[in-house]
Design a binder for this molecule. Structure first.
Ligand code: SF4
Length: 283
């Protein structure tokens, strides 16, 4: 665009134009898919990692009313350092931050809840439940999923034969009573773009990896897709585009969980039933 030295390839852009490109992609994603407006209260599910830090930084720079909500799952040697990065970012930018923990809300840290189960399954159930509970009052809940995450989700849903999830809304989750809609403004940016932007902007973000990540299906799918992408560039975007074409966020109906009052597909919600299984008491 300007003949200056490129700091990034594909697209080959100088620092200034690359940062503009990232911000433009986010703005276009928000506006084109109607994710939220400047009047909305935008809660960002933040962790201190690069994705949610870039989401906070770019959305604030674009003039959206952002606030951060973090969940401390209780993962020794990992979460403390990522939360320190998040606190530093929010302090620097004057972004309101709330941190809720498994220890206080569920009754025990994740490390004590795993008990031979798949850590990410246990973590995901409580994390989703706490984010929804504490984002109440906000208009949307932003997650920092990027294009790589989305292409992994497509393949995982295919592997698990979960066609319903594939169709259930790609950039914006379906509306349902009791649920704060989830939106993904970074989903059209590759992980490399997000990483480069965080570096160029000097955002305090943690590069730590959760010690449980290696046991997840996502970790294996990520390796497979990285290999395919190296052999055939553009494959991740094609997968994500396929999900975008078939997704159709339709309204779902939920009842109130008789234990916590949160949304449930019928009867007790998954978070309360899992808590009962793991800890043997109701909240
Ligand atoms: Fe939770 Fe798994 Fe993510 Fe670790 S990798 S934070 S256990 S979902």
């Amino acid at each position: 665009m300007c003949g200056g030295k490129a700091v990034f390839s594909a697209p080959a852009l100088c620092e200034e134009h690359f940062c503009e490109h990232v911000e433009l992609v986010v703005r276009e994603t928000v506006e084109r898919y109607g994710l939220f407006t400047r009047d909305d209260r935008v809660c960002v599910a933040a962790s201190g990692g690069k994705d949610s830090s870039v989401a906070l930084h770019v959305l604030q720079a674009l003039g959206y009313r952002v606030e951060a909500l973090a969940v401390d799952e209780g993962i020794a040697g990992y979460r403390e350092s990522t939360l320190a990065c998040l606190r530093s970012l929010c302090d620097e930018r004057g972004i309101p931050l709330r941190v809720v923990s498994f220890a206080e809300e569920v009754g025990a840290p994740l490390d004590d809840l795993v008990k031979g189960r798949r850590p990410c399954s246990v973590c995901g159930v409580f994390r989703r439940s706490l984010l929804n509970k504490h984002a109440k009052g906000c208009d949307v809940l932003v997650t920092g999923h990027n294009l790589d995450d989305e292409s992994q989700s497509v393949l995982m849903n295919l592997v698990k034969a979960s066609g319903g999830r594939l169709r259930r809304g790609y950039l914006r989750s379906p509306s349902a009573e009791g649920f704060v809609p989830r939106v993904k403004p970074l989903a059209r940016l590759s992980e490399r773009e997000v990483l480069a932007y965080a570096f160029l902007q000097g955002l305090p973000s943690s590069s730590g990896v959760c010690p449980y990540a290696r046991s997840s299906l996502r970790f294996r799918v990520r390796d497979v897709l990285d290999e395919y992408e190296a052999a055939r560039p553009g494959m991740k975007r094609s997968l994500a585009d396929a999900a975008l074409r078939v997704s159709a966020p339709v309204a779902s109906s939920f009842s109130a969980c008789p234990v916590c009052g949160g949304p449930a597909a019928g009867g007790v919600c998954r978070a309360c039933s899992l808590r009962e299984e793991l800890l043997g008491d109701a909240p």
